[in-house]
Design a protein around this ligand. Structure first.
Ligand code: GLU
Length: 553
């Protein structure tokens, strides 16, 4: 078509007044950021709560921006009404907030947003896409296509039968050759149409780019006349991505590697529109070990794939992020060893250090990471977090925790804050069992195999009489040693080891019996501190109970 006809076509397809692309450029000024600052985004479709893979990619994006003093924004890709769910945006924003993400601009609610590069809801950007679509029409680079779904599937079948690349391209792109009159007639007859790119690709050329994670990628250039605008005038992902990331001045597009296959389309569109393409960082999907092999972490099969799992179990958000950092950069763990107390944000996250293949999600490892994170928290932080979690997810436990807040904080103060904190809790759900004997006297006892109930009863009975509650920890332990000889136990572990036959056991066994009486368990945090917290009356009651039970066994 000649220039006049193209003008007429553009007018026919976009009859309404639109801003010029120069005007848009002016409305979306280049960002005034320091050298090296990166602008990234999280661009979900509003399909509901995030899964771990989404969270991972949002986190990588956020870290990329914030380790460079850049900008991290949220854009909602709501161009596919079919996939949307009610309150889908709120669910995503809630997840981001729960994980403590700092979002600098973009969508802040179902309809709300902040920032000058908006609207950040794609559905509200229709006119903007039309500006560039119209420009492409004017340049002869886009045309309306009236082909029906039936025609397209017949075309595909024919191509497959002939072992040709399927799709709408070159000689198969029937609507490329429609005359202006034919188009006008179709439109006046009310035939639905999409707007397609007239791809200049021949299939011979190459699309080459340097992926921040995968390295140099070389693929055949795009030669498909892909759809730019669907029949309702809403853009496809491809077109919206290019227009939005250009205008919003994204420097680094962090997204799942399922998009690599479409990168040649995107690079071609950037070029045709005269835009500078952003850098790409394509993240491999999170993986899981299964029967000795590896497979993608699955929303259907793996409960840990849903971010709700972490909240329900009461994993602190900071633990999840800590674990994701170990997956993202293999040098993170080394860094953490040297910087045990440093905030995560001070780690120099580096996109280039990400593995090109999918990281393996391992809950055992994750629990270890989380135990470390929790072990570094103060008693106040733990008390506050456990209580908040229980309020939402475990009402019965919550009632126990709030009965006496000072006592509750006392529980979480034991063995915390010193140079070697205990690592008992991976999540707040673990605290239910961990705190059990503080709230309730034990009713069963994990008696070790080498201890007879009568011996346990004898130890507890004697100790009960000797128990001096006011003693400090050293005096308390000396008291334990003192009763050893009377019971046939060796007060000194080393001496006992030299001649075990001469004794029933050593002071450790004596303290085990006491521990059993107080907690029912063989393994607990500092027994002295537990007894101090429970107080003399409660301890005496527990001694009596235990003696009665062991004596009758
Ligand atoms: N809305 C796209 C998705 O959810 C975003 C991909 C991208 O980040 O560009 O997969």
């Amino acid at each position: 078509m000649n220039q006049d006809r193209l003008q007429q076509l553009a007018q026919l397809l976009f009859p309404n007044e639109l801003p010029s692309s120069d005007q848009l450029e002016a409305n979306y000024p280049l960002r005034d950021l320091s050298e090296g600052a990166r602008v990234t985004r999280y661009a979900p479709s509003p399909t509901g709560h995030m899964h771990l893979g989404n969270l991972f990619s949002a986190f990588i994006s956020e870290r990329t921006a914030h380790t460079t003093n850049g900008v991290f924004y949220v854009r909602i890709e709501d161009t596919d009404k079919k996939r949307e769910i009610e309150d889908g945006v709120s669910a995503i924003l809630q997840d981001l907030a729960n994980f403590g993400f700092t979002v600098d601009e973009g969508v802040t609610g179902e309809q709300e947003e902040t920032g000058i590069y908006g609207p950040y809801h794609q559905r509200q950007r229709e006119r903007i896409y039309h500006v560039y679509a119209k420009e492409l029409v004017l340049q002869g680079l886009a045309y309306p296509c009236f082909c029906t779904a039936e025609h397209l599937s017949e075309l595909r079948e024919k191509q497959e039968a002939k072992k040709l690349t399927p799709g709408y391209y070159g000689e198969f792109a029937a609507c490329r050759n429609l005359t202006f009159e034919q188009i006008k007639e179709n439109i006046e007859a009310g035939l639905p149409y999409v707007l397609r790119l007239r791809s200049p690709g021949t299939g011979e050329g190459k699309a080459i780019f340097d992926d921040m994670i995968k390295g140099k990628i070389e693929m055949p250039e795009n030669n498909q006349d892909i759809v730019l605008l669907k029949s309702d005038g809403i853009p496809t992902y491809h077109f919206a991505h290019v227009v939005d990331d250009h205008l919003m001045r994204t420097t680094h597009v962090v997204r799942g590697d399922e998009w690599i296959a479409s990168a040649p389309i995107h690079l071609q569109l950037f070029k045709l529109l005269g835009f500078k393409a952003p850098k790409y960082a394509h993240i491999a999907p999170l993986m899981k070990e299964d029967n000795g092999g590896k497979r993608k972490l699955s929303k259907r099969k793996d409960p840990e794939a849903a971010v709700s799992f972490y909240f329900e179990q009461g994993y602190p958000a900071i633990s999840v992020k800590e674990y994701l950092l170990t997956l993202a950069n293999s040098n993170f763990e080394e860094w953490r060893k040297v910087n045990a107390d440093a905030p995560q944000e001070s780690f120099g996250f580096n996109l280039k250090k990400m593995s090109a293949s999918g990281a393996l999600v391992d809950l055992v490892k994750f629990n270890d990471v989380s135990k470390n994170v929790i072990s570094r928290m103060t008693p106040q932080e733990v008390t506050q977090a456990v209580t908040a979690w229980a309020k939402e997810y475990h009402p019965e436990f919550y009632q126990k925790l709030i009965r006496n807040p000072a006592f509750t904080q006392g529980i979480f103060s034991i063995d915390r804050g010193g140079p070697k904190p205990r690592k008992d809790l991976a999540c707040w759900n673990d605290a239910v069992d961990y705190t059990e004997y503080f709230f309730e006297a034990p009713t069963s006892y994990e008696l070790p195999e080498n201890m007879q109930p009568c011996d346990a009863a004898a130890i507890i009975g004697l100790y009960q009489q000797a128990y001096a509650p006011g003693a400090d920890k050293d005096a308390w332990f000396s008291g334990l040693k003192e009763i050893c000889p009377q019971l046939g136990y060796c007060p000194d572990v080393k001496a006992y080891k030299k001649d075990p036959t001469a004794y029933k056991g050593h002071v450790g066994d004596v303290s085990t019996a006491i521990r059993l009486a107080i907690t029912g368990r063989r393994n607990t945090p500092d027994l002295y501190a537990i007894m101090q917290l429970l107080g003399i009356d409660e301890c005496q009651k527990r001694f009596e109970n235990a003696v009665a039970i062991f004596s009758n066994m």
